[in-house]
Design a protein around this ligand. Structure first.
Ligand code: HEM
Length: 397
């Protein structure tokens, strides 16, 4: 164990420190390392691309059913463990995923481009007129849910309220048993429990309709699990996309050559969006639990051990990425893992990619100079990475 490093679970490391310096050392000196944590012993931290993917792609050794994030009481039973999609292994996981997959295919998501463009354009137009904004709160936070509302069975009247409570739920995700997190989830669960009957009577092309249709066709899922799955998807969708857009914007403004290339139309937007994802990697770690004694990179792991994979570290692995610490929007060989890997690979990846690509396109055409006008604030969390605030000034030209 490397004893002179800050704890990976220390919130200050993310708000005021340099987690990449810590991960760099771990990759070099101890790619699979043991860390003490709370009253529950500790966890393994996996920081290299090869070892991380080995964990994420082998559910028979590393299960999702005991929870997917580290929290102080992570050895206690996790709500929905073993039954909800994100917290299940095959065969149940395959059945649940199949029930909603049709909503997220490349073809299905491509139909959302026009709507996405309208939402992004509207948000940007407003701030150019005002001349300044907090890019995270005023733009990045508003876009994901406005884009995906229909898909996530939300009427436009409820978007604002649910955007607010999903943020509260995510900001309290380290303590999911805490009162703020409980209250936020309660609002989301209430929303979904109110519409489930309505969707049964009048189904559409949306999450709740897909789940109740699968239920009617014999999928073993209770109404309560349908509601919990929706809660899980809405939080997964909203906070991550917001962080990729917000923290990516800061990286862009801090790299004048990249910004100039984007505005000159010299970049392929799809390629640039992938670098946004590699660089920001908003999901900081994913937890798995060893289902049996095993060995990872020569390190023995015991059955029941917690094994965490640190995605931003995998995305800077020197063995996989050329000049990993440079933000290069024309990077073509880009095997990043911002969406995870294996069976739980992000189901919303196509939608997140579309949102980032459209945002880049609209920023490139914006008739204004943009500058960072105040200190960005970083999220103090070992679960979700990114910014809570990014003040920007816009000067129309
Ligand atoms: C930049 C944006 C996003 C990032 C970085 C991201 C990241 C991830 C990651 C790393 C996982 C894997 C979790 C694991 O292995 O346990 C995941 C799973 C998931 N994501 Fe995303 N996500 C994003 C956007 C979205 C969106 C837009 C949606 C839905 C509309 C979504 C829905 C989900 C769901 C439902 C899962 C669980 C999939 C499963 O268990 O099979 N995500 N995401």
């Amino acid at each position: 164990m490397l004893t002179d490093l800050p704890a990976l679970t220390d919130p200050l490391l993310y708000s005021h420190g340099d987690p990449h310096a810590v991960w760099r050392r771990l990759r070099r000196e101890s790619p699979v390392s043991w860390h003490e944590y709370g009253d529950h012993g500790g966890y393994w931290a996996v920081t290299t691309h090869a070892a991380g993917l080995e964990v994420l792609t082998d559910w028979e050794r590393f299960t999702s059913t005991k929870g997917i994030f580290l929290r102080p009481n992570f050895k206690d039973p996790y709500p929905g463990a073993g039954t909800m999609m994100a917290l299940s292994d095959p065969p149940r996981h395959d059945l649940l995923r199949k029930a909603i997959m049709g909503l997220f295919t490349v073809r299905a998501i491509a139909t959302m481009e026009e709507r996405t463009r309208g939402v992004v354009r509207g948000a940007l137009r407003g701030v150019v007129e005002t001349g300044h904004c907090d890019f995270v709160r005023d733009i990045a936070a508003r876009i994901p849910l406005a884009v995906s509302a229909e898909l996530l069975s939300i009427s436009m009247d409820d978007v604002e309220m649910l955007a607010k409570v999903t943020t509260e739920a995510a900001e309290n995700s380290t303590d999911i048993d805490g009162i703020e997190a409980q209250l936020a989830h309660f609002e989301i669960l209430k929303h979904y429990s109110e519409i489930i009957e309505e969707k049964r009577r009048n189904p559409g092309r949306d999450l709740v309709s897909a789940l109740v249709a699968a239920q009617a066709e014999g999928l073993d899922i209770t109404d309560e699990e349908v509601i919990l799955t929706c809660d899980n998807v809405i939080v997964a969708a909203n906070e991550t996309t917001r962080q990729a857009v917000g923290a990516g914007m800061l990286a862009l403004l801090e790299s004048p050559a990249q910004w100039a290339a984007l505005r000159a139309g010299e970049l392929r937007l799809k390629t640039a969006a992938e670098e946004f994802l590699r660089w920001t990697a908003p999901v900081t770690h994913i937890l798995r639990t060893a289902q049996r004694d095993t060995v990872l990179e020569g390190v023995p792991i015991a059955e029941g051990d917690a094994v965490t994979v640190w995605l931003p570290s995998l995305n800077r692995d020197e063995k996989v990425f050329d000049q990993p610490d440079r933000f290069l929007l024309d990077r073509t060989s880009n095997h990043h893992v911002a969406f995870g890997g294996g069976g739980h690979f992000c189901i919303g990846a196509n939608l997140a990619r579309l949102t980032i690509r459209v945002m880049l396109d609209e920023l490139a055409r914006l008739p204004a100079e943009i500058e960072v006008s105040g200190p960005p604030q970083h999220i103090a969390s070992h679960i979700l990475g990114g910014l809570t605030s990014l003040p920007l000034a816009f000067r129309p030209h």
